[in-house]
Design a protein around this ligand. Structure first.
Ligand SMILES: C[S@@+](CC[C@H](N)C(=O)[O-])C[C@H]1O[C@@H](n2cnc3c(N)ncnc32)[C@H](O)[C@@H]1O
Length: 257
């Protein structure tokens, strides 16, 4: 790995480890390379299908205007982009959906899935890092990121980058695991997450370490209030959040004015 002589540098979290910032994109890419082909089936297994309800609630937050350009960052195998496209009652030549992900294996699974759906339009696929989007400033109406912010090397920078690409009046939406507000549910969840999910990952997705990383990264992700503050410090206004399933996940929202 690079950066072994840079011990003075700030480290960033990768699960429960602290790693050099330049190593994290490669480590995260490895995680999703391992699980790409089984990613969707594993989501259903480990959440008993609940991720579908969360994604439905999330997509319901996106305005349904046909002339809107949606950018779905960390879009993976396409769940958010496909749900959004399927929810549109009307499209026109200005309707645009761009799906960006750092991992080509996840995008390739998504591209194959897109061909099996009756989508009114195919997304544009971009392989890029959320920290450096190859997207012009002030060009996007809605920026979505679902279960992706946890994985980026620098959350602040990802939020600044989201702000940069949004048009004034544009909407930022994040769906992410969060802090559970009920102690009993929290205890049950922690047991399930640390004991069952990595085992399921091993059996279903052949990737125990990938799912160990998943639960560790959730544990280290900022809570609801902290993320609201981070959004505000990136420049977003009218920032709010809404808990899903007692705070197991949350939808954060902010506007570029
Ligand atoms: C848990 S998956 C979520 C996929 C999809 N949004 C969903 O909800 O099913 C996380 C995705 O984030 C992507 N990712 C991780 N780090 C990223 C980064 N720095 N920039 C863009 N995508 C990233 C991964 O490759 C992976 O596809």
């Amino acid at each position: 790995m690079k950066g072994k002589n840079n011990s003075h540098k700030m480290k960033v979290p990768f699960g429960f480890q602290d790693v050099d910032p330049e190593d994290k994109p490669h480590l995260v890419r490895n995680v999703f390379d391992q699980v790409a082909s089984r990613y969707d089936i594993m989501n259903d297994f480990m959440s008993a299908g609940i991720h579908r309800l969360w994604k439905r609630s999330f997509v319901a937050e996106i305005p349904k205007r046909p002339n809107l350009h949606l950018l779905d960052v960390a879009g993976g195998t396409g769940d958010i982009a496909f749900r959004y496209l399927s929810s549109l009652s009307e499209i026109n030549p200005e309707t645009r959906v761009t799906l960006c992900d750092i991992n080509q294996a996840m995008l390739s699974v998504g591209q194959r899935r897109a061909l099996t759906r009756q989508l009114p339009l195919l997304p544009k696929w971009i392989c890029a890092d959320a920290l450096q989007l190859p997207i012009p400033s002030r060009s996007i109406d809605v920026y979505t990121i679902a279960f992706g912010l946890r994985n980026v090397t620098d959350i602040h920078q990802a939020l600044f980058e989201a702000y940069r690409v949004l048009k004034p009046g544009g909407l930022f939406l994040c769906l992410e695991f969060s802090q559970i507000s009920y102690p009993l549910l929290e205890q049950l969840y922690t047991k399930y997450a640390f004991h069952i999910i990595p085992l399921m990952g091993q059996l279903v997705a052949k990737g125990r370490t990938a799912y160990q990383y998943l639960v560790e990264s959730i544990a280290r992700f900022p809570n609801q209030e902290t993320l609201v503050q981070m959004l505000a410090s990136a420049g977003f206004k009218h920032t709010t959040y809404r808990n899903l399933s007692g705070g197991t996940a949350a939808i954060h929202k902010g506007w570029r004015v």
